[in-house]
Design a protein. Structure first.
Lengths: 86, 221
């Protein structure tokens, strides 16, 4: 899980152009939106693309997004769970 | 009513000139991204959304930032500062990035953050958000720099009291070729800026002069 979390942090930094933020700056349990990294709605769409592009995971129900993208850890858990099913 | 250019920013050929003063110079520019990031860092601007902007918005944002940084924001009534910008390549730089992401049907991953910049006037939106501007705005596309078009459009806004002042200029980028000249145009009776820059008459000749700063070399270090 830790390995995936670190990989995800790097991917999120690259995908969202978080230029002044390093892997160590991201708390895996901190909310990605609002406080935390202060991401916006376009970033949310980018995270959906990231899941599909890098992990082949399509989010069928947009309502699930809030839970999946709560934090880096919830993203990692969703990926792990989804890859087990596949 | 006579109108004056009371401040300007010029970015081109590795130089950044603000009100006759050369504030930044890079002799060799590897990429626009590196150039504009170095300028952003030097000027110690803190605006995390900057890194998410497309090249056109970064260029326009920095031009306006340097133009307005000494400005007293309370000087203009809410909604009275207009923005009129122009270029020749529109948003082609982002259009090409978007097109590259959808070219291959088997790797079809359009980026939402690129797509939102596939309109030239988004740069105006970024400037307005940053400086809380709610006045009139327009983005004009012309093959070449057209000072008469800019002058006519801005004059119409000021003469008809649709704006008290206007951020007006040229913001052009395609690949690593870029140039921006953004000026603040005000009615003659407006308060004088304390930038130490002597105002120019708002004429085609002045706009041409500012667009060709590197030829006329009217700046000091």
């Amino acid at each position: 899980m830790d390995e995936l979390i670190n990989k995800l942090k790097k991917e999120v930094i690259t995908q969202l152009n978080l230029e002044d933020i390093s892997v160590d700056d991201i708390n895996p349990d901190a909310p990605l939106f609002g406080e935390g990294l202060g991401l916006d709605s376009i970033d949310a769409l980018e995270l959906i693309v990231l899941l599909e592009k890098n992990y082949g995971i399509k989010i069928e129900d947009p309502k699930d997004g809030k839970k999946i993208f709560y934090s880096i850890r919830t993203m990692a858990e969703y990926i792990t769970e989804h890859q087990k099913k596949a | 009513m006579e109108k004056l250019i009371t401040a300007y920013t010029y970015i081109g050929e590795g130089k950044v000139v603000v009100n006759k003063r050369l504030i930044f110079y890079q002799e060799k520019i590897a990429t626009f991204a590196e150039f504009i990031k170095a300028l952003y860092k030097q000027e110690q601007i803190s605006y995390s959304k900057f890194y998410k902007m497309d090249p056109l918005s970064k260029l326009g944002f920095m031009s306006a930032e340097l133009l307005l940084r000494h400005e007293n924001s309370g000087r203009f009534k809410p909604g009275s500062l207009a923005v009129v910008l122009a270029n020749s390549s529109s948003s082609l730089e982002s259009d090409l990035s978007h097109q590259a992401s959808i070219r291959n049907r088997s790797a079809y991953f359009p980026s939402p953050s690129v797509f939102v910049y596939t309109l030239a006037n988004i740069v105006i939106g970024e400037i307005c958000i940053r400086h809380s501007l709610k006045g009139e705005n327009a983005f004009l596309i012309s093959e070449k720099f057209n000072p008469m078009q800019l002058q006519n459009h801005v004059s119409e806004l000021l003469d008809n009291n649709r704006a008290e002042a206007c951020i007006c200029g040229w913001v052009e980028i395609l690949g690593n070729t870029f140039r921006a000249m953004v000026s603040l145009v005000e009615k003659e009776n407006a308060d004088v800026l304390k930038t130490g820059f002597s105002a120019l008459p708002f004429t085609e000749a002045s706009l041409n002069e500012l667009m060709n700063l590197t030829e006329t070399k009217i700046w000091t270090n």
